[in-house]
Design a protein around this ligand. Structure first.
Ligand code: SF4
Length: 412
C-alpha cells in the first residue's frame, strides 16, 4: 500500500497556479495520516482543479460543472460507515453553479470533505467573473461575493475553514480528514494566467473574512434500508441456448429515432444472455430525443466485460440513412458492414440485405440483428424468439420477428 495520494505525473497547471499547492498539501496530509489513497474517492468537475483525476492514485469520478459536491454526497451516503474518504473538488465557478449542492451536503452533514479552490474567476475559460469574485472586478462595482463558507456553516456543516493557498494547508487537511460530518475548506488563491492578467485588482487585499466554524448539527448516519433493491425485482435471465462467440465483439446498429432501434438492441441483449453471453448495451442519440439518428451499441462476450468501447465496433448494421451518416466515419479497417439495400453505399464486399423491406421502418433494426445473429450463430433465432416472448413489448415485436424468420430462413 502507498500512502502517496499523488502519482508521478507532473502538474498540468500554469506556473504560479495555486492548485498545485493545494494538491501537495492534501498529499502530505494523506501521508501524515497514513491513509490509503485507494480508500479515497475524489470527485471533481469542470475547471482546472478538475484536472486532478489523472494526478492521483485514488478512485476518481468526474462530473458536470458544479456537480462534484452532489455526486460526492451520494457516494458518501452510500459509503457511510465504510471508512472511505470522499472528497469533492471544485472551483469558485463550480461553487457558483452548484451552490445548492454544497448547502445540501452541509445540511445533511454527510461525512465528506469539500475543497473549494477559489481563485475568484473562471480560470479555465479565460477569467470570467464568478459569484465569488470581488466587486472591484467590475468597473461599475458589483455585488459582494458569495461567502460560501458562511453559507455552508449556517446550513449545518460540521467544520468550515478558509485559508490562503500559501497557509499551512497540510495541517488544515489533516484536521478536516479526521472530521466526522461534512467539512469544507475554501482556499483563496490566484489564477496567474487569466485572473491576475485580466484583473490586476486581484492583487489587493482579499474581501473574504477569516472563518473557522465548528457545527453542532446532527451528523448523517445511514439508516436501515427498508425497501428491497430494484435489482431484486429483475428476474434472472435463464441461459438455454448456445452461442458460437469465442471473444468479445462489439456491434452497432445504426438507425433512426422512433424506429425501434433501442428496443431491438434490448431484445438482442436479452437473447444473448439466454445464450450465456455477457452483454453491455448503450444507446446514442441526439439531445433532441425523438429526432435524427438512433444508435445502439452492443458488446457481447463469453467472458465478463471489463471494458467496452463501442465507438470502435467490429460489426455495423446500418438500417437507415440517418444512422449510416452517423457511423460511416467510424468504420475501421477490418470492421464488417451490413447495410440496408436501399442505402447508396459504395463499398466493396459488403452485404446489403433488405432490412427495411423485411422489417418495415419499425422492424428493420430487429430484422438486421436477427439476420446477423442467426447467420453467425452468435445469437440463434430461438434465443430471439424466447427474448421476445417474455418481453413487455412481445405482442408488438412478435409479428416483426416472424416476418424476419420468414424472409431470412423460410417459414418452416
Ligand atoms: S488557467 Fe488559471 S486556474 Fe487554470 S491552471 Fe492556469 S493559472 Fe491555474
Amino acid at each position: 500500500m502507498t500512502n502517496r495520494l499523488l502519482n508521478d505525473k507532473s502538474f498540468p497547471y500554469c506556473p504560479g497556479c495555486g492548485h498545485g499547492l493545494i494538491l501537495k498539501a492534501l498529499d502530505a496530509a494523506f501521508q501524515a495520516l497514513d491513509l490509503d489513497p485507494l480508500n479515497a474517492v475524489i470527485v471533481s468537475d469542470i475547471g482546472c482543479c478538475g484536472l486532478i483525476d489523472a494526478l492521483v492514485n485514488s478512485h476518481t469520478v468526474h462530473g458536470l460543472h458544479g456537480r462534484s459536491t452532489a455526486l460526492a454526497q451520494g457516494i458518501a451516503m452510500a459509503a457511510a460507515g465504510s471508512g472511505k474518504k470522499v472528497i469533492a473538488v471544485l472551483g469558485d465557478g463550480g461553487a457558483s453553479i452548484g451552490l445548492q449542492h454544497i448547502l445540501t451536503a452541509a445540511r445533511w452533514n454527510v461525512e465528506m470533505l469539500v475543497i473549494l479552490h477559489n481563485n475568484m474567476v473562471y480560470g479555465m475559460t479565460g477569467g470570467q467573473r464568478s459569484a465569488l469574485s470581488p466587486p472591484n472586478l467590475r468597473a461599475d462595482g458589483g455585488p459582494q461575493p458569495l461567502d460560501v463558507c458562511a453559507l455552508a456553516a449556517a446550513a449545518g456543516a460540521q467544520r468550515v475553514i478558509r485559508r490562503f493557498a500559501d497557509d499551512d494547508l497540510t495541517a488544515a487537511f489533516i484536521e478536516l480528514l479526521k472530521t466526522r460530518g461534512c467539512s469544507l475548506i475554501e482556499v483563496l488563491e490566484t489564477c496567474p494566467s487569466h485572473g491576475l492578467r485580466k484583473y490586476p485588482e486581484l492583487r489587493q487585499a482579499a474581501v473574504y473574512p477569516p472563518i473557522d466554524a465548528v457545527g453542532s448539527f446532527p451528523i448523517f448516519t445511514p439508516g436501515v434500508r427498508q425497501t428491497p433493491s430494484l435489482l431484486d425485482e429483475i428476474p434472472a435471465v435463464p441461459s438455454k441456448f448456445t452461442s458460437s462467440l469465442q471473444r468479445q465483439l462489439q456491434v452497432t446498429v445504426a438507425g433512426s429515432a422512433g424506429e425501434g432501434v433501442q428496443s431491438a438492441g434490448e431484445i438482442a441483449a436479452l437473447a444473448a444472455m439466454r445464450c450465456g453471453l455477457e452483454v453491455q448495451k448503450r444507446g446514442e442519440y441526439p439531445i433532441t430525443v425523438g429526432n435524427g439518428f438512433s444508435l445502439v451499441h452492443l458488446t457481447f462476450s463469453p467472458q465478463p466485460i471489463c471494458y467496452a468501447d463501442a465507438l470502435d465496433p467490429d460489426i455495423i448494421l446500418a438500417v437507415s440513412e440517418e444512422g449510416w451518416k452517423k457511423v460511416k466515419s467510424r468504420i475501421r479497417p477490418g470492421a464488417r458492414l451490413l447495410a440496408d439495400a436501399e442505402l447508396q453505399i459504395e463499398q466493396g464486399g459488403m452485404e446489403q440485405p433488405a432490412f427495411r423491406r423485411v422489417g418495415g421502418a419499425k422492424g428493420a433494426a430487429l430484422a438486421a440483428l436477427v439476420y446477423w445473429g442467426e447467420r453467425t450463430k452468435i445469437i440463434p433465432f430461438e434465443a430471439f424468439n424466447a427474448a421476445v416472448s417474455s418481453h413487455r413489448l412481445g405482442k408488438i415485436l412478435q409479428p416483426l420477428l416472424e416476418k424476419s424468420r420468414g424472409a431470412w430462413f423460410g417459414d418452416a
